[in-house]
Design a protein around this ligand. Sequence first.
Ligand code: SF4
Length: 225
Amino acid sequence: MKAFGPQGWWPVTPSGGTVPAYTSGVYGQRCGRDIFEICAGAILTQNTAWKNVEKALEGLNGAGLLSPGKLAACPLPRLEKAIRSSGYYKKKARRLKDFCRRALREHPEGFQKWFGAAGTGDLRAELLSYNGVGAETADCMVLYAAGKASFVIDAYTRRIGERAGLGQGLSYEGWKEEFESGLPSDVKMYNEYHALLVRLGKDFCGKTAPLCGNCPVNPVCGKRI
Ligand code: SF4
């Protein structure tokens, strides 16, 4: 945090805007509109870089489709066109539609009440039962949209964790347990910790040739490279 500052995750589109923006200092449950955008973004970012998701969300915003009802009712070809930049766009369009249809059917109370009322573990388990929602996607939704303490594991976290000597070859749930047992169960802490690990992975601890010399966690890292 000292090296990078607060990361402002998860970026959402400001009122009147069309492109998601990072806002630091926002933790806890988001409003219904933001919850839905975060859920859509978490599905769209599977196997692709965030810059491609930004374009897809811009496409959805521009087409007036960024709401559960509009998206559920949208014909697939139109939806596929709007999110084409996100990669695997045919699969993701179907996942988004399935997600919206089921959420509308099972949670007519809306995303804000649904995500606010559910317990952390129950919400995670329910989201995991949706088509195409895996552990990382569900944890992003629980942490960043619901504002509930569920640590997110991604490729950056695994790589840094293994190089730092925290574990080797652990499963997703194994890594999650490793971080959650070592940190206080705190939404702000989980939010920044995960976002900072991603920043560290992008700026210093790349797949090849990590920049250990200038890395801010150099003094505490096992550097198992
Ligand atoms: S010190 Fe090196 S191996 Fe450790 S996190 Fe930094 S870049 Fe990665």
